[in-house]
Design a protein around this ligand. Sequence first.
Ligand code: FO1
Length: 329
Amino acid sequence: MRVVLLAGGVGGARFTRGLRELGRAEDLGLDLTVVVNTGDDLWLDALRVCPDLDTVMYTLGGVIGEQGWGRADESTRVTAELHAYGLGWDWFTLGDLDLGTHVARTELLRSGLTLSQVTARLNERWQPGATVLPMSDDEVETWVEVERDGEVTTIHFEEWWVRYRAGLPARRFVQRGVAGARPAPGVLDAIADADLVVLPPSNPVVSIGTILGVPGIADAVRSASAPVVGVSPIIGGAPVRGMADACLTAIGVETSARAVAEHYGARAAGGLIDGWLVDGADADAVAPLEQAGIATRALPLLMSDESATAAIARAALDLGTSLTATRTR
Ligand code: FO1
């Protein structure tokens, strides 16, 4: 069964790992492809840093840091040296092991490889059990227009997210480079050939929204023969982690499981999703979403441990399978 996921950082990576483990435990023959957001990427200390690609790679490789990014068993000797020279961002920690990835990626990029080729090469080492694709080989960066010290300015997403903890109201998000960006090789084919497309509980604006903003990808999802099932990143009116609420507010979407589903839209009405999973706390969203043409199921959505995550992954597969049965090709 070919499953394609459009994923950002922590939530998407954890969900993908749960789906992979479910497939292995029950011998489901899952063939997973993860299309990853690269809008968080940045040049820092002359290195190309790709937060979501690395979170997916490290999570599937079993070496993710406990905070959900960077490496486990990390140290910060090199970054301390950089800060001592007044370089880098002293509020953004590039650990020593993590820097190994950024140096390797930058060297491979400078040798002429595309981001896809570099990503495939780096993932070989970690055996992720899935095909990991950047959304595009072209540089796309999310910048955030904010008002700071009384003046309007635009800062890189990572500065907004990490330095300001999304505390400066985002006036708008600017995806620099997205207009001319092409889907990375294999992305459109994977979506077209999929038996199921999943929107995991990643940030619907700056992660999944950024992927869908690459010309061609949203249309590929809309026209996919596979059912499209999403997992709400919002439980009981709040994001499970991160600050998706600040992002949703910035685009005028209410922070609720129902509003995010409506934001993606029912595919029957020209939107993106056929199915949607909400937490039990949001069971009141089931009826209205069903009426809007989105098959909706309520179940515990907190990925508190591997078995909880596997249960959510199972529910997504089951909803997808039930929708395949009803979809005309
Ligand atoms: N997040 C933080 O909250 N603080 C950091 O210092 C930080 C450093 C960092 C370095 C590399 C990397 O790949 C991710 C890093 N992140 C950090 C997480 C990052 O902001 C998020 O993973 C995504 O950009 C949002 O999903």
